[in-house]
Design a protein around this ligand. Structure first.
Ligand SMILES: C[S@@+](CC[C@H](N)C(=O)[O-])C[C@H]1O[C@@H](n2cnc3c(N)ncnc32)[C@H](O)[C@@H]1O
Ligand SMILES: [Zn+2]
Length: 282
């Protein structure tokens, strides 16, 4: 039975992954009104239609053309330390940008931009299709660096979370460019504090899977992978000592540093210390 006391057509519960429970918390992202099931869509009172594809409501401009990803590749599986607290608390909680999980974490609702095997909702975190205060937690791993407007995404999470809900976010600091499909912001811990300034008890720490060895290791791995065959050996022999003295302005021309100086332009852009923008005011 939906909010108007009208029994749902049987297909609605059969079709919607998460069924009635999910329908209770879903809202039209355009006007925030409740949604009612149609034959193969959810419709709000103002007539905004959102298709249901393979049982997944699609709150996105792509509509029925939504990508369906039968993954052979499985996403990074979140360590239990990251989500145990969320799974032990009240549900439903949001697993944002979950990618291709092997199983649905207990009590979670997976939201993605395409339909992966366990996706429950397709949507955009900048404009979430959920009622105010309808969720009891959120987990987002390696998602925020891919968002065009992280402060707006944080404000949306605050809107849909019930008071006292837990938020667990892991996001990039010293990571090379890794578009998926876009990579916008690497944040320092100060930047992350600004993104989540409207949350209480903000603790920012380095989780085990994001220790400095992984920052250096990822850069080294990308460099070696993309370098010209002829330069790979010299790069592999480059030491931290040589890099350190380069930074301290000591003249040093080891073969590794010379090779580092001639990586292709796309690799310079993946691993640069910064960018310069030049523009003209229109
Ligand atoms: C690097 S993947 C991380 C996947 C998984 N959480 C992991 O750690 O392996 C980033 C994910 O964020 C999702 N994403 C990007 N922009 C999004 C948006 N605006 N709203 C919701 N999800 C988004 C992408 O579809 C992608 O699956
Ligand atoms: Zn609407």
């Amino acid at each position: 039975v939906n909010d108007g006391g009208v029994p749902l057509p049987p297909y609605a519960l059969r079709v919607l992954r998460g069924g009635q429970d999910l329908l209770e918390i879903l809202r039209c992202p355009t006007c925030r009104r409740r949604l009612r099931p149609r034959t193969d869509a959810l419709r709000c009172r103002r007539g905004h239609d959102w298709p249901v594809v393979h049982g997944v409501p699609v709150f996105s401009e792509v509509g029925r053309d939504v990508e369906v990803r039968e993954e052979d590749h499985v996403s990074h599986q979140p360590g239990e330390r990251a989500w145990a607290e969320l799974a032990a608390g009240p549900s439903p909680w949001l697993h944002l940008g979950a990618g291709a999980t092997t199983s649905v974490l207990p009590g979670s609702v997976e939201l993605e931009t395409a339909i992966f095997p366990n996706t429950a909702v397709v949507g955009d975190v900048h404009s979430l299709p959920f009622a105010d205060q309808s969720l009891r937690g959120v987990l987002a791993l390696n998602v925020f660096e891919h968002l065009a407007d992280p402060p707006r995404a944080a404000a949306e999470l605050r809107r849909v979370l019930a008071p006292g809900s837990r938020l667990v976010i892991q996001s990039a600091f010293l990571q090379p460019l890794h578009a998926d499909p876009s990579h916008y912001f690497n944040a320092t811990e100060h930047g992350m504090r600004v993104w989540f300034r409207d949350f209480d008890q903000l603790d920012v720490h380095v989780p085990g899977n994001m220790a400095p060895c992984f920052a250096l290791g990822w850069m080294a791995s990308d460099l070696l992978f993309h370098a010209d065959e002829a330069d790979r050996e010299a790069l592999a022999a480059l030491t931290l000592g040589e890099l350190g003295s380069l930074w301290q302005g000591e003249a040093c021309a080891s073969p590794g540093l010379v090779a580092l100086d001639r990586v292709p332009e796309h690799v310079r852009r993946m691993l640069a210390a910064g960018f310069e923008v030049r523009a003209v005011r229109p």
